[in-house]
Design a protein around this ligand. Structure first.
Ligand code: F6R
Length: 248
């Protein structure tokens, strides 16, 4: 596991965006695994900026997102599809039919998950997977206790995740209680993984995930077993990890 130390959120975003841009330049028809939430917003901002400056071309890129709330349609402003459209897809020249997010409106969860795994297989697997880190160590919506072998599945969100996501909704009742998510097994099949982490509130869990034992109780700790993982974190998030890491 490579740990890259960034100064602050801005620097972290730029360094992570550079890795993604490099992936696209190296393999223009690559498959990117993408995440939502607060952390990647600055990364998408940078990618959109570089596209506008003519420095990046998404014409042949395919994306598969980690997760989607169950029960929200694509037009819903709280859906992750909507988030991706707003933050990235509508701002770059990616083909809409090459952007995949689990179908939150598929009521048959078995079918929704099977179809999503089928899509990931059909596009040839993920070249570079972007991850954020949940306060309880979750990656995607894989909550503590999730088996490391899981593929895409339907999850009941824990109270802490529902509370953490409350900030995006007008009331806690509106936060869906279930989501479809790539499993830990799905995430681990990516050829490369970059996990972006920012802020003092993530310091404790980041230390546990990268320095602690590998355990299903801390889903992100599984990344210690992957051959090609880069953690890009700012000073605040790395404050408990000591002096590990180098500048890019
Ligand atoms: C989002 C996702 C989640 C977030 C995590 C951190 O697609 O899969 O695992 O990455 O909850 O969220 P933020 O970045 O909002 O702190």
């Amino acid at each position: 596991m490579r740990i890259v130390r960034a100064k602050d959120y801005q620097d972290m975003s730029e360094k992570a965006a550079h890795m993604i841009a490099e992936q696209i330049r190296r393999k223009p028809d690559c498959v990117l695994g993408l995440a939502t939430g607060s952390t990647p917003q600055g990364i998408y901002e940078k990618l959109a900026e570089w596209y506008c400056a003519g420095e990046l071309d998404f014409a042949r890129v395919t994306t598969v997102n980690l997760d989607e709330y169950r029960g929200l349609d694509r037009g819903n402003v709280h859906s992750y599809y909507h988030y991706m459209k707003e933050k990235l897809f509508s701002r770059v020249n990616i083909r809409q039919d090459r952007t995949f997010v689990p179908d939150g409106m598929e009521q048959d969860s078995g079918r929704a998950c099977r179809e999503y795994d089928g899509i990931i297989a059909a596009v040839g697997g993920v070249d570079l997977q972007l991850l954020g880190l949940g306060h309880n160590g979750h990656i995607g919506f894989n909550e503590p206790g999730t088996d490391f072998e899981t593929q895409t599945h339907c999850v009941e969100l824990t109270e802490s995740t529902v509370k953490a996501n409350r900030r995006f909704f007008s009331s806690i009742e509106e936060v869906p209680g279930q989501a479809y998510t790539m499993g830990i097994g799905t995430i681990m099949q990516a050829a490369g993984i970059v996990m972006a982490v920012s802020g003092e509130d993530k310091a404790e869990i980041l230390k546990t995930a990268v320095c602690g034992p590998v355990t299903t109780m801390v889903p992100a700790s599984v990344l210690q077993l992957h051959r090609n993982v880069t953690v890009i974190a700012d000073e605040a998030a790395l404050s408990l990890v000591g002096n590990a890491g180098q500048a890019l």
